[in-house]
Design a binder for this molecule. Structure first.
Ligand SMILES: *Cc1c(COP(=O)(O)O)cnc(C)c1O
Length: 360
């Protein structure tokens, strides 16, 4: 069978050259005589892999020296708990912008350890926009201010970051890490599960300002303490070695493709092709307000459930898979992460045009 265009929200496509390189090196990595899956995480060979991955990530994201990079486990969801457990140092209060399920979950988890204050929400319109912020609602004494930078399920993204003054800004970048240029110095902490833009599931990247590490709340388990992993350079216990190795291959691929800047230009082109078509279409339409549209996740609908189902079925039969929308939005969603080639999006649009002609 041929490879399909996979529009899955996650885990999602990996660049083909990365898969091919991993395949070539799968059985025997370099001159180690073994697979990365088989080697000690304390070996010299693996040390080069994990250090190489960090070096590339720092270079590609332009991470300042006073930030620590950690490769952790437990997915994005474990960060929802780790963040309050480690950052609730003073007021034990954090501000949240509720832009969807992921922000909601992060706030619910934080409320187990302190106060989660919702400063704005877009729940009234099924999270189809990024709410306008009223700074007078921010807590000046909050231990952190939390956003989901790109909302995977609803297809919105911030084009302007909230100004939180001295309160550290924490962002979930699980679905837009390395998809667009970000100024890391604006954040106290950034985190991303790998399986959308960076590699296979299993590794979670945390980028954290030095001065925020340490002093977790009483009773925080060792494994959920950032300091544990920061001090041990992510080798306190066995890390997800193979996932880190594939992430390194992805970083190399990003570098070869013009770095994050080059990838962003490609992502803007891809999103442009799809949104331009949706704006002009007679049967399909996007669900998100224009200015907040995500570059990564593009939800769209027709005006009939029947037609949606027909489209999803016929698209799959033509090699465009995983286009079914999230159950809370319905319709369709095309996730067009870094690894989705421009050709995949233009072919999808061609197919949508054909479907439109046949179903008007
Ligand atoms: C997928 C996703 C998560 C959850 O990640 P897990 O690794 O499955 O825990 C969290 N936040 C965002 C924005 C996501 O897209």
């Amino acid at each position: 069978m041929e490879r399909v265009y996979n529009f899955s929200a996650g885990p999602s496509m990996l660049p083909l050259p990365v898969l091919e390189k991993a395949q070539k090196e799968l059985v025997c990595y370099g001159d180690s005589g073994m697979s990365v899956m088989e080697m000690s995480h304390r070996s010299k060979v693996f040390e080069e892999i994990i250090q190489g991955a960090e070096k590339l990530l720092r270079e590609l994201m332009n991470i300042p020296d006073n930030y620590k990079v950690m490769f952790l486990q437990g997915g994005g969801s474990t960060q929802f708990a780790m963040i309050p457990m480690n950052l609730f140092k003073n007021s034990k209060k954090a501000d949240f912008i509720k832009t969807g399920q992921w922000a909601k979950k992060a706030a619910e988890e934080a409320s187990k350890f302190g106060t989660a204050n919702i400063v704005a929400s877009s729940e009234d319109k099924t999270y189809s926009y990024i709410p306008v912020l009223d700074k007078s609602k921010f807590s000046p004494d909050a231990d952190y201010f939390y956003i989901t930078y790109n909302n995977t399920i609803y297809g919105t993204r911030y084009t302007e970051l909230p100004d939180t003054g001295n309160v550290p800004l924490v962002a979930d970048i699980s679905s837009n890490i390395m998809s667009e240029v970000m100024d890391v110095s604006k954040f106290g902490l950034l985190f991303a599960g790998a399986q959308k833009n960076v590699g296979p599931a299993g590794v979670t990247i945390v980028i954290m300002r030095d001065d925020l590490i340490g002093a977790p709340i009483d009773g925080t388990p060792t494994m959920l303490t950032y300091e544990t992993h920061a001090k041990a350079d992510s080798l306190y216990n066995t890390p997800p070695c193979f996932a880190i190795y594939v992430a390194k291959l992805v970083f190399e691929w990003i570098k070869e493709n013009g770095g994050v800047k080059g990838i962003q230009a490609m992502n803007e082109e891809k999103a442009g092709i799809l949104y331009d078509f949706l704006d002009a279409s007679r049967i399909f339409k996007g669900t998100v307000v224009y200015k907040d549209r995500s570059l990564m996740n593009v939800p769209f609908v027709t005006d009939s459930e029947e037609l949606n189902a027909k489209f999803i079925k016929e698209a799959a039969a033509n090699g465009f898979v995983n286009l079914k929308g999230h159950r809370t939005v319905g319709g369709m969603r095309a996730s067009i992460y870094n690894a989705m080639p421009i050709e995949g999006v233009s072919k999808l649009v061609e197919f949508m045009k054909k479907f439109e002609t046949e179903n008007k």
